[in-house]
Design a binder for this molecule. Structure first.
Ligand SMILES: [Zn+2]
Length: 684
């Protein structure tokens, strides 16, 4: 039987080294032999580098490394994307089997003494090698990568680093699979008579979810944020809100085989051990040493700077909600499952604005068009749908991205809808990264969202912001214009990677975007000016709640990872003690509780790094302010400077890139203003 991974892909855009995957032909059983072949091939490629009798040069070592592992990357790109977006039992099994093998494989290369000796030799001589700036940075970062993997450690410590990395890979995989299991497993099946308070869009989405789950004629609420959040916002049934809420916050927290608590215990203990082997007091110290923030205290300072004002604002919000609840005859204190419900009522009363009145103007198709056209105005890109290309699920839409003159830039896959085979959240990923090393390679980027499908699909303002956010990440991958694959697109420091995504959100709220693209799904009429004005005025509303739920999660992350002794953590007790310590308001839940905090425990990318969103928000709020200062949100000169941030990948230092765009270092004032936290900013 033929295996597409061992063939030349004849799909269009099959530019070297490979093109759009032939999704229609790829089966789960094709992955294991391709993985095995890919790992063996990249080990052979590394052996050829270390076996080279010539003295190390940038070309025969660093560039040769950039050329290695391409086959494995191609297979892995397809696999990890499908496993996140459209998984099956077969793919999940392969993920569990191969996670430790890949970890071992990458550690084998990262701790190869002969390879490190060549890199270290070049690093010592880097000032004499006559390297271009991108090459010098590549060498420095490759060297640092080896050091941070443990290349300078004695042999027994190296062996332990490898064992820890392997075990963590397995634990991360299991953690994510457990969350997906709980989200798939749970549903709240409702009858027509249970829907009090739900507007049409939420009823339609619940009916659609019921159809997909074989419950035709009923209504289903799932634990996808896009399903449960509207339910908590609108359902007049306090009892059902409580049921949905409690299931939502208990994902991963229950006895049995899908319990994430023991996994967290082991993960944090291993990370702490890893940090100590590397000579750091805590995992956060280790992690933040290679970040834009540089150290734990800088992160703490930022989080605490917003925590006090955010709590004050939330307390004021709570008082308003309580008044509203009392007026409606609810005399108990506001509970976490009440917050969204009464917040919506207060929002309606205060700003005369109703989510159900707004949503008909936010048609998914139009918001996609808005994101495309904004990229056209700012960066000169054009998008053409290519329904002829193969996809992995009928909901996925493929677009060719070109310059306005027709020059090919890349491919964009848009996968917008929630389904039980997709992990929750929203994210960008790539099937192929841009590079110009051995010839130009164009990027193939995917955006995943988890919108509730409808006829038509209507978004909340928050959903539309998420769409723009991920689209900003897509642009970071797509506008990438670098030489080397490992410097491509989003391969920047984690606390810089959210700048391109978050700054893009601002263009959604620009009045001319909304008055052009926010059109009623039945009449096609643009959103009335008066409604638009009220919508924008309401944007600071409930920001106390939003800032508290996020910042508490970021502080929790930091607390988990700043301990110097993490053995035998009682996860629930630890969570409780941290929330008590920071004075978490009882009516607000942390945005992600530990047992489903995938940023922290389904991988290590955002571990001790959840603060990155707020860190980047300082940059995006300050950066967008630059456009407002010109009086033109599409100012061409500034857009050209911003494009440099999107196209530079990791070829330059992030602060240097930012200051080149802004003309100075970032300031926090715009963030505080944007979140409506300025008035209450005291001496925090
Ligand atoms: Zn993001």
């Amino acid at each position: 039987m033929s295996n597409p991974f061992f063939e030349t892909w004849t799909t269009p855009f099959g530019l070297p080294p490979f093109g759009l995957p032939p999704f229609d032909r790829i089966q789960a059983e094709h992955f294991p032999p391709a993985f095995d072949h890919g790992m063996a091939e990249s080990i052979a490629e590394i052996a050829a580098i270390t076996g080279n009798p010539d003295a190390p040069t940038f070309a025969n070592t660093i560039e040769a490394m950039e050329r290695s592992g391409r086959f494995l990357n191609r297979v892995g790109g397809v696999f990890w994307n499908l496993n996140s977006s459209n998984t099956t039992d077969a793919l999940e099994t392969i993920a569990r089997d191969y996670a430790p093998k890949f970890a071992q494989h990458s550690m084998r290369i990262a701790l190869d003494p002969a390879l490190f000796a060549r890199v270290a030799d070049l690093y010592e001589r880097r000032g004499t090698l006559d390297l271009a700036p991108d090459q010098l940075r590549l060498l420095e970062r490759q060297h640092l990568g080896f050091v941070r993997s443990g290349a300078l450690l004695p042999p027994d410590a190296k062996a332990r680093m490898t064992a820890i990395t392997e075990r963590l890979a397995t634990l991360h995989t299991l953690f994510g699979q457990n969350v997906l299991h709980d989200e798939k497993d749970w549903q709240l099946v409702l009858e027509e008579s249970d829907l009090a308070g739900l507007p049409d869009f939420a009823r339609n989405a619940a009916a659609q979810a019921a159809r997909e789950r074989g419950q035709e004629g009923k209504y289903v609420i799932t634990l996808a944020r896009s399903s449960v959040e509207p339910f908590l916002t609108f359902s007049a049934r306090r009892d059902l809100r409580q049921v949905a809420y409690e299931a939502w916050i208990r994902r991963g927290e229950h006895e049995g085989e899908h319990d994430n608590r023991p996994l967290i215990r082991e993960i944090v203990a291993l990370r702490t051990e890893q940090a100590k082997l590397m000579g750091y007091a805590s995992y956060a110290d280790f992690k933040l040493d290679d970040s834009m923030a540089k150290d734990t205290s800088a992160v703490e300072r930022l989080l605490l700077q917003v925590w006090g004002p955010a709590k004050e604002k939330a307390a004021a919000e709570r008082a308003e909600l309580q008044d509203c609840a009392r007026a409606e005859g609810m005399n108990e204190p506001i509970a976490p499952w009440d917050w969204r419900y009464y917040a919506e009522k207060v929002r309606q009363a205060k700003y005369d604005i109703d989510e159900a009145e707004v949503k008909p103007y936010f048609v998914l198709e139009n918001m996609v068009r808005a994101a495309f056209d904004t990229a056209g105005r700012l960066f000169g890109l054009a998008f053409t749908e290519r329904p002829d290309l193969p996809v992995y699920h009928p909901d996925v839409r493929v677009y060719e991205v070109t310059e306005k003159d027709g020059r090919h830039v890349g491919l964009f896959l848009h996968d917008n809808f929630a389904r039980s085979s997709k992990r929750s959240g929203a994210w960008m990923s790539s099937y192929r990264d841009q590079e110009n090393f051995d010839g130009a390679v164009s990027p193939i980027i995917v955006n995943n969202n988890n919108f509730s499908k409808g006829e038509p699909t209507l978004l909340s303002f928050d959903d539309a912001e998420t769409l723009f956010h991920e689209f900003g990440h897509f642009l970071h991958g797509c506008l990438s214009n670098v030489r080397y694959p490992s410097q491509s697109g989003t391969s920047v420091r984690r606390d810089f990677v959210e700048l391109p995504s978050q700054i893009y959100e601002h263009w959604l709220a620009v009045p001319e975007t909304l008055s052009t693209y926010a059109r009623h799904h039945q009449t096609g009429e643009p959103i009335p000016q008066d409604l638009l004005r009220r919508l924008l005025a309401a944007r600071n509303f409930n920001q106390g709640f939003g800032t508290v739920e996020y910042t508490a999660a970021a502080l929790l992350d930091l607390e988990f990872h700043t301990r110097s002794d993490a053995a035998d953590t009682d996860v629930a007790a630890f969570e409780r003690s941290v929330l008590d310590k920071i004075g978490m308001p009882a009516e607000i839940a942390v945005r992600h509780r530990p047992t489903h905090f995938q940023h922290l425990f389904a991988g290590s990318g955002y571990a001790a790094g959840y603060y990155a969103y707020l860190w980047a928000e300082v940059l995006d709020a300050d950066g967008f302010e630059a456009f407002l200062e010109t009086g033109n949100p599409f100012d061409p000169d500034l857009a050209a400077k911003l494009k440099t941030i999107y196209s530079s990948g990791d070829t330059r230092d992030p602060m240097e890139l930012y200051t080149a765009f802004r003309g100075r270092e970032p300031r926090i004032e715009a963030l505080l203003k944007h979140r409506g936290l300025t008035q209450s900013l005291g001496d925090a």
